[in-house]
Structure formats: structure tokens, C-alpha cells
Design a protein around this ligand. Structure first.
Ligand SMILES: *Cc1c(COP(=O)(O)O)cnc(C)c1O
Length: 380
């Protein structure tokens, strides 16, 4: 089976992890700060906080922005459930903004209309989470302008998009957001097995996220309420979690970062190759926004008969997947009051979507085979 995505682990990656296992620190040592430095250098952000998943990164981001009961968070339905769940973790209400049918990312026109209604009802969101679907930045200039006009804070869910850029600058530099989050799950662009990071340029948000990822406990005298009573002293100043990344994960991430540009270049080359291999098929190919350079986490196509095409591909050794079942159609969210038909663009896209194999280690010959099988599948 050719999988839809997979990690690329080198001998240098393995050596980096083994070295940590032989060292003094398996957690809370020098590797996490070194990985965070690599993320800051790659993105240009002032601060980077590594944690045990992107879900945790989204949660501490919401906490740092003081999202709580009585507040509202908006994200898109075309995402993994975590982008929405983090609002509920904080006790906030969650709602969705439909996607643009061309880019599959948050639609600024739908956002503007929904904001107008919400403003009239006094129900504006406190936090907005656009998702850089498939690795291509959402239209952040338009989205951040609308958010600013209504005093809404923005968290970019860039789980798919490390190594991408937007308007010529790296995604993660937070030029159009308060906080940006990346995932390092093995199918994403680089991996730490499980892991994530939040970047920001705001030192106050960075300090709050640092506390939130480690029990709300600090040893920094500047953050303490009382004077230290000795070298053992620490204070809990807020309620936090244990969301820390291990040293082995950080060493793997830092080692993978050396090949980030290579991975993204290869993914783009494969995407360009798919564009031409599939150009004559009755499939809708992913559209590229000229303002954005995608990290190409996914190569989603739309076919007429998705169920038949999916089965044909899987039966012929092509490990396709579907991204995403719209969050608001999940039973848990339907029980919260959402209905089929609430976000028609996300639903229509989902009904036709298939993500075909794309990862740095995909061989041209395997890609040719995917295209051949897809030619038959798309005709079903
Ligand atoms: C993978 C993913 C997440 C969650 O990432 P984890 O690191 O697995 O917690 C969140 N949002 C999107 C869009 C994702 O693809």
C-alpha cells in the first residue's frame, strides 16, 4: 500500500534521539529550547513554545488569550476536530465560518457577513482560528483586517503549513495573527512523533503559554507574588497542565528541521507533477493562491463519485484518505445543535474529496501508479 502520508526519518534523526537517551535529561533539558530556537529562526517569530501536540498548543493559545465561559470561538468546519474542541476545553462556545470553495480555507466573504450579523446581535467571537488547509495559507490579510476591525484575536492553525509562506514571508511569523500553531504528527511536514509548537511575537502571551504548558508553576522571580524562601522555591500562579514536549521529541524535531526546506521543495515538485499527470482527468485539482507558497501537507482532489473512487484506490494499493468530515456534522457537534446544511461549501467539498499520496519520500514511479489508478477511479 502506498500511504497518503508518512514520516521521513534519517540516520541523523535516529542518532539525535539516541544521543538524548544517553544524556542526563530526558525532559526539561537543553533540547526543547534548541528546537524552539530552530522554529524561531525558520519562522521569524519572537517566541516559540514547544508542547506535546498541536492540540495542546491550540489549547494554551486559547488560554493565553483568556478565552473562557461566555466567550465565543470561531473556526472552520473543514478541519480536524481539535481546532474546534479547544474552545470547549476553555468553556467557550464554538461556531464555524464556511470555507471558500476554491481554496478550502476560511472564506473572508462568509466571515464578513457572519461578523456583521454577530455584531448586530452582540455575539462577536473573542478568538478566530483560520486553518491553513493542505499547507496553503488562508487569506490572512483579509481575515486579520476583519478581526482587527472587531477587536477579535487570531490563532492560525498552521498544523499543515510549517515551511509554507504567505506574501513572501514564512507562515508562523504572526504578521497577521496573535499566535500560530504547528503540528509534528508523523503525517505532517516534519515530525516529533507527537508534538506541536505555538509561535508569537507578544512576550506576555509567550509567558502565559509557558505557564499553561507546565502546571502554572514558575521559578522566575519576576512572575512570583511572594519573595523566594530559598533555592527550592517555586510558585503556582495560574492553573496549567502538563503539556511538555520530551527531550527525545525535541531532538528529533531539531534534526528534522535541517531538512524542512528539502521536504517542502520535494512536496511542491510532486504537487506540480500531479498537476500535469492529472490535468486531463475529470477531477478538480487543488487551486493555488498566488499570494501563498504551500507546504503541501495534502494533495486533495475532488471526484464525481467519491465512495466508488475511494474504494477502487484502496483496493488497488493506494492508501488514500479524506480530509475532512466537516466538524459540525460529527455526532458530538450535532448534539450541540449543528445540522447538515449549516456550512454547504464544506459539506459539498467533503462529499467529493480524496487526499492522494503525498510525502517527501514518495517516488516518481509510485506517483505514476497513483495517477494511473486514479484515472480509472475518477471515471467510476
Ligand atoms: C493534525 C492537526 C491538528 C492536531 O494536531 P496534533 O499534533 O495531532 O494534536 C489540529 N489541526 C489540524 C488542522 C490538524 O491537521
Amino acid at each position: 500500500m502506498i500511504p497518503y502520508g508518512r514520516q521521513d526519518i534519517s540516520q541523523a534523526d535516529i542518532d539525535a534521539v539516541v544521543d538524548v537517551l544517553k544524556s542526563d535529561f530526558l525532559t526539561q533539558g537543553p533540547q526543547v529550547p534548541a528546537f524552539e530556537t530552530a522554529i524561531k529562526q525558520a519562522t521569524g517569530a519572537g517566541h516559540a513554545l514547544a508542547v506535546n501536540s498541536a492540540t495542546s498548543a491550540l489549547h494554551i493559545a486559547c488560554m493565553a488569550l483568556d478565552l473562557g465561559p461566555g466567550d465565543i470561538l470561531w473556526t472552520v468546519p473543514n478541519t480536524f476536530v481539535a481546532s474546534a474542541n479547544v474552545g470547549l476545553y476553555c468553556g467557550a462556545d464554538v461556531d464555524f465560518v464556511d470555507i471558500d470553495p476554491a481554496t478550502y480555507c476560511m472564506c473572508p466573504v462568509a466571515l464578513a457577513a457572519k461578523l456583521e450579523t454577530a455584531a448586530a446581535q452582540g455575539k462577536l467571537p473573542k478568538v478566530l482560528i483560520p486553518v491553513h488547509f493542505a499547507g496553503q495559507s488562508a487569506d490572512m490579510a483579509a481575515i486579520s483586517a476583519l478581526a482587527r476591525a472587531h477587536d477579535i484575536r487570531v490563532i492560525e492553525d498552521a498544523s499543515h503549513a510549517i515551511g509554507a509562506s504567505y506574501l513572501g514571508a514564512p507562515v508562523g511569523n504572526c504578521a497577521h495573527s496573535d499566535i500560530c500553531v504547528f503540528s509534528f504528527h508523523p503525517v505532517k511536514i516534519i515530525t516529533t512523533a507527537e508534538g506541536g509548537v505555538a509561535t508569537t511575537n507578544d512576550p506576555d502571551l509567550a509567558s502565559k503559554m509557558d505557564l499553561a504548558r507546565s502546571h502554572g508553576v514558575t521559578r522566575d522571580p519576576a512572575l512570583m507574588q511572594n519573595d523566594s524562601t530559598g533555592g527550592w522555591y517555586y510558585e503556582q500562579v495560574s492553573l496549567g497542565y502538563n503539556y511538555r514536549m520530551t527531550e527525545m521529541q525535541a531532538a528529533l524535531g531539531a534534526s528534522q528541521m535541517h531538512r524542512l526546506a528539502e521536504f517542502v521543495t520535494r512536496r511542491n515538485a510532486l504537487a506540480t507533477r500531479y498537476n500535469s499527470l492529472l490535468s486531463d482527468l475529470p477531477v478538480t485539482l487543488p487551486q493555488q493562491n498566488p499570494d501563498a507558497y504551500s507546504a503541501f501537507h495534502l494533495y486533495p482532489v475532488q471526484v464525481q463519485n467519491r465512495a466508488a473512487a475511494f474504494t477502487h484506490l484502496r483496493d488497488n494499493g493506494i492508501g488514500v484518505n479524506v480530509h475532512y468530515i466537516p466538524v459540525h456534522t460529527q455526532p458530538y457537534w450535532q448534539a450541540r445543535g449543528f445540522k447538515q446544511g449549516d456550512f454547504p461549501n464544506a459539506e459539498t467539498y467533503y462529499n467529493h474529496a480524496i487526499s492522494i499520496p503525498l510525502y517527501a519520500g514518495l517516488k516518481d514511479s509510485d506517483q505514476d501508479r497513483v495517477a494511473q489508478v486514479l484515472a480509472d477511479a475518477a471515471a467510476l
